[in-house]
Design a protein around this ligand. Structure first.
Ligand code: ZN
Length: 245
């Protein structure tokens, strides 16, 4: 067989498609976020019972569509063919713990139903062409619900019209900050690891070691750092029973 220009051209096209697919598949996979909420948790709970726990959102429905497919806990398709990425949040990727629970939750509220979108005015689309939006069901912000149920972590990528930390509560996963990360990894070897070694929660009044998962879950706007245990105690903070700081 002789290799013609046509063959080379075909190979190039295949290569381009393959590379494109790989780059799309790797979108937002960097955080490795997981949670351990059982996928059956919401199976026997009615939608209205869950929705009633939440306040009506201040977000505005700018357009509506029927959800035809739920890809995972933060990505859906509408009947228009539009692919929507829930703005400000990130749920577990396919194949890792928590993926099914988060996906089931979104299916419960969206699949084959009419949903509203409040598109991010600061950035309409991500680089993969997905619409960045708050998804609104029965007047409630589903992005916020995912965070408050612990099914998603905050993923704040400015510029954005929305500040997802405002949707967080004590169950919300907050990605470990660079600050905490640095301390976590210097504890064993460095004597200067005292700097900011404790995380206080101004909302609960508790404080944690920087390595404690409950400390790391503390929402940014409630977060206080202490250099020493004594300092935290002197300000009235109570030690966490899990990490015993
Ligand atoms: Zn703790």
């Amino acid at each position: 067989m002789t290799i013609t220009k046509k063959h080379v051209f075909s190979l190039l096209i295949i290569l381009i498609i393959a590379l494109g697919t790989i780059s799309i598949a790797s979108a937002y996979t960097g955080t490795g976020f997981t949670h351990d909420i059982p996928f059956s948790k919401y199976r026997d709970v009615s939608n209205s019972k869950i929705l009633n726990k939440y306040d009506d959102t201040e977000c505005h429905v700018e357009k509506t569509g029927v959800c035809t497919n739920v890809v995972d806990g933060d990505t859906i398709y509408l009947d228009s063919g539009e692919k929507v990425r829930f703005v400000g949040v990130n749920t577990p990727e396919r194949g890792v713990e928590g993926y099914i629970a988060s996906k089931n939750f979104v299916q419960k509220f969206c699949l084959n139903k009419k949903v509203g979108l409040d598109v991010d005015d600061s950035k309409h689309n991500d680089k993969y062409g997905r619409t960045l939006a708050v998804v609104i069901v029965d007047g409630k912000n589903l992005n916020e619900m995912l965070l408050k149920e612990g099914l998603a972590e905050v993923m704040y990528i400015p510029p954005s019209e929305f500040y997802p930390y405002h949707w967080a509560n004590d169950s919300t996963h907050i990605p470990t900050s660079q600050h905490t990360y640095a301390n976590t990894h210097s504890d064993s070897s460095s004597s200067s690891s005292d700097s900011g070694s404790y995380i206080g929660n101004s909302n609960s009044g508790k404080f944690h070691k920087s390595t404690c998962k409950w400390g790391q879950k503390t929402a940014d706007h409630n977060r206080v750092y202490f250099k020493s245990r004594d300092l935290a105690v002197s300000q009235g903070y109570i030690p966490c029973k899990v990490c015993n700081p």
